[in-house]
Design a protein around this ligand. Structure first.
Ligand code: ZN
Length: 249
C-alpha cells in the first residue's frame, strides 16, 4: 500500500472521467501542480463531490499511483461558493485558475503561487476592490513569482531611479522623463508607478489592501495588457468569456 501524503491545495481544473469519477488538477504547496483521480466523486452523497469542484481549497489526503495521484479524502476550508452566484467574479476566477495552470510545475514548491491565488480569489469576493484591479495585481504578481517581469524601479535607458514617467514594453520597463521620447513609450503617473512597485515587493497576503482611481486603473490596464502579450505565449481560453462580461459590472 502506497504511503498517503497530506497536501494543502486548491482545485484549478476538474473534469468527469468514467461513469462516477473525476480527474482534478490541484495546485499544491508541497508538490506543485499535480493531477489526481477522485473515485466516486460524481456519485450523489460522495464526500469528495464538493471537494473536487474548481476553487475548493483545503487539505487533501492523497496517495501516489502509476500515472497520477488518488484522492482519499479532503478537508475543505473554503469552497469560494459565492463565486457561483457572481457571474463576472466567476469568470475572473476561472481566468486566474487557467493562468496558474499555465505557470505551475509539478514537483516545484508552489506555496507562493498558491497563496497568491487564494488571496486573489478572496479579493474577488471583496466588493470594495474592483475586479479589474484584482486582475492586474494577480497578473503582475504571477509574472514576478515566475521570475520574468519588467523593470519598474529604474530607467531602462539611463538607470536613474527618479522621474520615472513612462513605460515601454519594447525596453521592458519604465523610462525617465529625459529618456521618454522613444517609440512605444506610454506615459504613466506616479500613482501607477507606485502601484506597480508595491505589487512587485509586497507579499500576497497584503496585496489587496488598497484601491486606485479610475485613471490609475486604466494605466494599469494598458501596462498589464502589454506585459501579458509579451510574456505569456498561450492564449487563455477563459479570456474570451471574461472579455464578454468584463464591462458589465
Ligand atoms: Zn532615463
Amino acid at each position: 500500500m502506497a504511503e498517503v501524503i497530506e497536501v494543502t491545495g486548491l482545485v484549478i481544473a476538474s473534469g468527469p472521467i468514467g461513469e462516477y469519477d473525476k480527474r482534478v488538477v490541484l495546485l499544491t504547496k508541497e508538490l506543485g501542480k499535480i493531477s489526481a483521480f477522485a473515485r466516486g466523486a460524481r456519485k450523489p452523497g460522495s464526500p469528495l463531490m464538493a471537494a473536487c469542484e474548481s476553487f475548493a481549497f483545503g487539505i487533501f489526503v492523497i496517495y501516489p499511483g502509476r500515472s497520477s495521484y488518488t484522492i482519499e479524502k479532503a478537508s475543505i476550508n473554503n469552497y469560494f461558493r459565492e463565486l457561483a452566484t457572481d457571474l463576472q467574479g466567476a469568470y475572473y476566477g476561472y481566468y486566474f485558475l487557467e493562468l496558474a495552470d499555465y505557470y505551475a510545475r509539478e514537483n516545484e514548491n508552489e506555496g507562493e503561487m498558491l497563496s497568491l491565488l487564494y488571496y486573489s480569489l478572496r479579493a474577488l469576493l471583496d466588493k470594495r476592490i474592483p475586479n479589474k484591479l484584482v486582475r492586474y495585481v494577480y497578473e503582475l504578481k504571477q509574472l514576478v513569482i515566475n521570475g520574468q517581469y519588467p523593470e519598474f524601479f529604474c530607467c531602462t535607458n539611463c538607470g536613474q531611479t527618479q522621474n520615472l514617467t513612462g513605460f515601454s514594453i519594447l525596453s521592458n520597463g519604465v523610462v525617465c522623463e529625459q529618456c521618454k521620447n522613444q517609440k512605444g513609450v506610454m506615459p504613466i503617473s506616479p500613482a501607477t508607478l507606485y502601484t506597480l512597485q508595491y505589487v512587485v515587493t509586497t507579499k500576497s497576503d497584503r496585496l489587496f489592501s488598497f484601491t486606485v482611481k479610475d485613471e490609475v486603473l486604466s494605466e494599469l490596464s494598458a501596462v498589464m495588457h502589454r506585459c501579458m502579450d509579451a510574456y505569456v505565449d498561450r492564449k487563455m481560453k477563459s479570456l474570451d468569456m471574461l472579455a464578454a462580461v468584463e464591462d458589465f459590472s
